[in-house]
Structures are given as C-alpha cells and as structure tokens.
Write a protein that binds this ligand. Structure first.
Ligand code: FAD
Length: 475
C-alpha cells in the first residue's frame, strides 16, 4: 500500500508519556513522528487533568485562605465569582503550556501528525486525520511506516453503566469545564481526582456529598495522613458516605435523583444538580488495533512491558497510563525517556525505587516509597520518625500547623524506604523524600543535612532527627 510518511520512531499519543518519549527520541538523533488526535499536545494531564485542576485548586485555596485572614485582623468582603473569567484563567494556563510544547516539538523537528492512529502491522500505522478543536474526522487517511513505535495512548474515565446520559452527569473532563456552580453536587468516588474536584466545587459554593465504596477516602495513603486531611475538612462536605455505592439514577425535573446502597446510605434517594463520576480510569489499549501488530493486550486494555518498556513485539514499546498503575504523569514521563533511550539502543531500563503520589487537596497529602500499611502487609520491619507541624515555627506562622512529616526506615539497613507528608505544600516537600529514597540515605544523612529555617522543608530533617531519638528543639 501507499506510505505517506516514514520515520525511525513513531510515538502514538501526545500526553506526558508521548511527548517526553518523542522529545527524547529526537534529542537522540532519531527521526521522530508524533501522532495525536487532538489539536493540542499534552494529553489528559495538560488539557483535562493535572494542570487545569491545579489552576482551579490554587484559586480556591486562596479563596479559603483569605477567609482566615480575619484572625490576623484583616477582613475581606464576600467573594464575587465571575465564572467566565475563572474559566478563561484556567484555559490561559493550559494554552501557555500546550503552546510551549508545540514550540518544543518544532524546535526538535518532531513532526506532528494530527489524527487517530491504529496499527496495520508491526511497521505501519494508519492515521485517520482529524481537525477542529477536538477529534472531528476529515475523512482522509495517511499511512506511516516506522522502524520503532512507542505507544502512549493513555486512559479514559471509567463510566458507570447505570447512569443515564445527561449534561449534569459528568466525568472529570466535564467537571473541569466549570459550566456552572451547582447547589447540590454528588461526587462518586473518594480517590484523589474526586476529592480534588470536590474541594474546588465546595469552595465555589456547592453543597457536596461524596460516596465511596471502600472503607476510607484517598486509597493508597496511610490512614494517619488521611485522617489529618479528614479532620481539617470535617465541615467542608455535607455527607461523606463510606462503604456506600450509588446504584441507580434517574433524571427528574428537579435534577438527578440518585439511590444509594451500603452502610452509610441515606434512606431516601437524593437529588443533585451535578453528579461527578470519578471511579477510576481505564486504559485505551483496545482501541488501536494492537492485534494487527501482534501486540498482546489484556482483557482490561492494559499492555504489558518489560523493564525497557518493550512489549511482546520487539520494536514496539508502551508507556504511561496504558501499562498500569499508578496512572500518574511523572511516571509516564520517566517511562517515556526509558522507552526512547531503549529504542535508540541504549541500555536504559526502569529502575525507580519510588513513584510519589500527591492529593492536591487542602491540606495536601503526599507520599513516596513504602507506606506503613505496605510495610505491615509485606512483613517489613521498619522504624519511623515523625515531626508534628504543631512544633514548626513556619507552620504556626502560616496559621496551618495541622500537618506532620513522617519518614519510614528499614529496620535492618537503616535506609529510608518511604515517607508521607500532610500539610500545605506537602506535594512540593515530598521531592526531598523521593531523592533520599533513590540515594539510599539513612536518618543521619537526612538529619545532618542543614535545612533552611524557618521552612516547612526542615520538617523532613527534623523527622529524621526524631527517628534517631534526638530532640527536635528547633521550632
Ligand atoms: P494521556 O495523558 O492520557 O495521553 C494520551 C494521549 O493519546 C491523548 O492526548 C489522546 O488524545 C491520545 N490518543 C489516544 N488514542 C489515540 C490514537 N489512537 N491516536 C492518536 N492519539 C491518541 N497525574 C499526576 O501526576 N498529577 C496530577 O496532579 C494529576 N491530576 C489529574 C487530574 C485529573 C482530573 C485527571 C483526569 C488525571 C490526573 N492525573 C494526574 C493523571 C495524568 O493526567 C495521567 O497519568 C497522564 O496524563 C498519563 O499520561 P499518558 O502519556 O500515559 O496519557
């Protein structure tokens, strides 16, 4: 058949995994084509994920903080919310970043082909060309021949089959559109994405119920961290219904009427103006005709890879949300680099000791490496050092001393194997813990490192001092 383009490396999907792989591949001197169905690069993370959610969370965190200024003797009036302006702010943030990526692709001579790609065989992809803002098909098709391919088609929100189709029932993408502020909102799913959006909408004025099937929110985090968040937010939400599932929903003239089942289910169905479904994401592996190239895809749509990100087909790699949990942008980026280097024949492989997780809620909750719960489940003997922010001068000066910093050390080797932080800016602070784990630091290394005073960051050093049994006498 006809071939429209040829390249050494074809990258399918331009999310954090895909663009990182394409840029590294071009930097290594390989002729690279990046295929993306949407108008902008950046994938879920930049367009409808990490970045827009953080733009809104920043806005609402400032709104919340301003309210506390009355304790400092400063009083502001009630906020006046201009939704058009707020949306424009968020869209401006996205545009700046996606525009930056387009410039970086151009500077590296990465050719971007706009369309929906699917495999014809292990050396050809057919692209159904798209245009417009979304993925409107042009009816045109192009074929690309490649030597190596890196698949980075990501994931999409899981749908609940019993929910009717209605503009008031949305996934995270719909919630980020910020069409209006609902009076009553239901968030189905108490994971990070659900809680972040619940935080945004509650500050904007919505009364929110959260339904979570499991017996705790923010699955994956140690309970002691989550409890601090929970206590601080005890007044924020109307109902937090653990061990409870939404089982039925119908559209009435008053809104979306939802029925619940489970331990904390309200007896009567509840009516909402907006329902956000945030129950997880499923990989897009089944939508790219992977079988035509001989690539194995499991029944859920995941593609499995070795430590070089190589699929069962030797010239084809896969990265990001598509290959498994945790579905996080920084994991996708790291894997993208490994895949591109492996495609160039380097001996790179995935060898990370830890992948951090952060809930950008208020306060933030961040953890890296082993959690205490994982240590207990796996029978790993550990020691911990904990520094309560109630003893941090900076946290007190900030009026936010509810948090703590905890480090987890292997009892035998004495090296740090994990850590968790809850408090303002915890997501920024966890980076030092990540580095310490990768470097195999012990409590002496961290405790003897001079941290600037007074900062929230010194809580990491002080938690290490606590693990050594030293008194932490620097407020
Ligand atoms: P994606 O970002 O999903 O990109 C895949 C790309 O492939 C998309 O652009 C898609 O259009 C394209 N594509 C798919 N199929 C085809 C095809 N057949 N042909 C051409 N193109 C195709 N992660 C964090 O680390 N931190 C956060 O704070 C964070 N916040 C989040 C908030 C929300 C609301 C959501 C939904 C996610 C968040 N995530 C966060 C997760 C993060 O967005 C993902 O882990 C990350 O985007 C995965 O990157 P990826 O490269 O694997 O795929």
């Amino acid at each position: 058949g006809k071939v429209d383009h040829e390249c050494e490396v074809l990258v399918l999907g331009a999310g954090p995994g895909g663009y990182s792989a394409a840029f590294r591949s071009a930097d290594l001197g390989m002729n690279t084509i990046l295929v993306e169905r949407f108008a902008t690069l950046g994938g879920v993370c930049l367009n409808v994920g990490c970045i827009p959610s953080k733009a809104l969370l920043h806005t609402t965190a400032v709104m919340d903080e301003v309210k506390t200024m009355s304790h400092h003797g400063i009083t502001y009036g009630e906020p006046v919310i201009d939704m058009n302006q707020l949306r424009a702010y968020k869209d401006g943030v996205i545009a700046k970043l996606t525009g930056g990526l387009a410039g970086m692709a151009k500077a590296r001579k990465v050719k971007v082909v706009r369309g929906l790609g699917r495999f014809l065989d292990a050396n050809h992809v057919e692209v159904e060309m798209t245009n417009g803002e979304g993925q409107e098909p042009t009816g045109q098709k192009e074929v690309i021949r490649f030597q190596k391919a890196i698949i980075a088609v990501g994931s999409q929100p899981v749908k609940l089959p019993f929910l009717p189709v209605d503009p008031r029932i949305v996934d995270s993408t719909g919630a980020l559109l910020l069409k209006s502020i609902p009076k009553r909102m239901l968030v189905i799913g108490g994971g990070i994405i659900g809680l972040e959006m619940a935080t945004v909408y509650s500050t904007l004025g919505a009364r929110i119920d959260i339904a979570e099937m499991l017996d705790g929110l923010m699955a994956g985090a140690d309970r002691d961290l989550e409890k601090v968040w929970e206590k601080f937010n005890s007044g924020r939400f109307e109902r937090v219904m653990l061990k409870t599932r939404a089982t039925k929903a119908q559209v009435t003239d008053k809104g979306i009427e939802v029925t619940f089942e489970g331990e904390n289910a309200p007896a009567e169905p509840q009516t909402y103006d907006l329902v956000l479904v945030a129950v997880g994401r499923s990989p897009n592996g089944k939508k790219i005709s992977a079988a035509a190239a001989g690539i194995d895809v499991d029944e859920r749509g995941f593609i499995s890879v070795d430590r070089q990100m190589r699929t069962n087909v030797p010239n084809i790699f896969a990265i990001g949300d598509l290959i498994g949990q945790p579905m996080l942008a920084h994991k996708a980026v790291h894997e993208g680099h490994v895949a591109a280097e492996a495609a160039a024949g380097h001996k790179s492989y995935f060898d990370a000791k830890q992948i951090p997780s952060v809930a950008y809620t208020d306060p933030e909750v961040a953890w890296a490496g082993m959690t205490e719960e994982q240590c207990k489940a796996q029978g790993i003997a550990y020691e911990k050092g904990l520094f309560p922010w109630a003893a941090s001068g900076r946290a007190i000066a900030n009026g936010r001393d509810e948090g703590f910093t905890k480090l987890i050390f292997d009892a035998t080797s004495k090296r740090i194997i994990g850590g968790g932080i809850v408090g303002t800016h915890a997501g920024d602070l966890i980076g030092e813990v990540c580095l310490a784990i990768e470097m195999g630091a012990d409590a002496v290394d961290i405790g003897k490192t001079i941290h600037p005073h007074p900062t929230l960051g010194e809580s990491v050093g002080l938690a290490a001092e606590a693990a050594l049994g030293h008194c932490t006498d620097l407020p």
